[in-house]
Design a protein around this ligand. Sequence first.
Ligand code: ARG
Length: 467
Amino acid sequence: MSEKKAPLWHGRFEEGPSAEAVAFETSIHVDSRMAEDDIRGSVAHATMLGKRGIIPAPEAEAIARELSAIASELKSGALAIDERAEDIHSFIEGVLTDRLGDVGRKVHTGRSRNDQIALDERLYLKRAVPGVARSVASLVATLSRIARGHLDTLMPGYTHLQRAQPVTLAHHLAAWCWPLVRDHGRLSDALVRLDAMPLGAGALAGSGLPLDRASVASDLGFPGLTPNSLDTVSDRDYCLEIVSALSILMTHLSRFCEEVVIWSTEEFGFINLSERWSTGSSIMPQKKNPDFAELIRGRAGKVYGNLVALLAMMKGLPLSYNRDMQEDKESLFAAIDTASSCLSVFEQMIGSAEWRTDRMEAACTGGHANATDLADYLVRKGMPFRTAHSVAAGVVRDCVEAGVRDMRDLPFERLASRSPLIARDVLDVLAPEAGVAARDLPGGPNPARVAEQLDALDVFALSALAE
Ligand code: ARG
């Protein structure tokens, strides 16, 4: 551990902490990513102090000017974060004080690091989360574009990973878009709720100085104020909400990735990942592995870990601020970073894949995925559904006994022997494309219905990407 930096404040202590204690409590290696947010908040705070005459206006201006200089120097690299500082707040305040002396020592008037960190986190999230939401919308746009080209591409739909009923690739891809639309909604919704300005809560009990919370809020682009000072410094719901939303998003990505893994097997062969988004094996020369899909699937677990860490950290904490809460940033940032990189890689992986439509269409026959269509045919002819279900099951049994993979290949007499209602026109409804076309309720796989879904998804993606 390097030498401790001279502290900004001694408080009541005569003795400084040991190097080990400093190393233990420091958070600068994590919270320095909020440097620009911390500075923005301090500029707004100092400006308000000057306007209110709590500190002389020229001093407030000097503070704001120096803070802006510090921000540009940090950006250009002319000023480096001093890892010996305790946290980003004390680092920035320390630099300011080194440069402005007593004037710098006024910036923290009427403020605590407890309301300061709540502000920094909210400013950071307002800056970072829209980018994640945009990546979600971009993925929806990519999937919708791919789907548009496959409105008529037949593939088996699965339940229990068993062929169930024929659908189309477009229908299947659109099915993965809607969870993403909901993910986008959850992220946007969390952003609305966290959009309240915390400064003025002080350490926990507000301030007796005539601060102007409303002007700081409007200066920083917040539509309103947090309503209770105790709640303000003890609330981390916004972290829990964002990381919950990201966990659900990762659940969706992991499930889609599981399909990519299954689909890229020789056995399925529905998808051929580009070489760019595949890996080889160190020993087996023939291998082309879907490692990126597996990594995304695996990283979902890390984001859940971040969420559980946050929940466990907050559980049972009494009001108001408790130092436990300093640990929130590691989980919060890790979840945002993981989800962001997974979204980017997933979109490129899926966007560059080749779709083996021949294999999908071939898989539509052979599993009797048209048995429900046979039952529906009989229902249309007046048979009660339960009876139709058992007639169709009988036909499937006949196929199994006769070693026939598709009921259309049974001798017609044998097919018809199961019910007097079965006529030659049954062959028209048993083709997979007929089954897909017939299922034309809103939300169904009929190509026109799916095209409507894609239109709605495009409207969503366009407006979300324009935000
Ligand atoms: N770095 C702390 C955090 O992230 C803020 C400082 C508050 N520290 C304190 N002892 N009250 O939560």
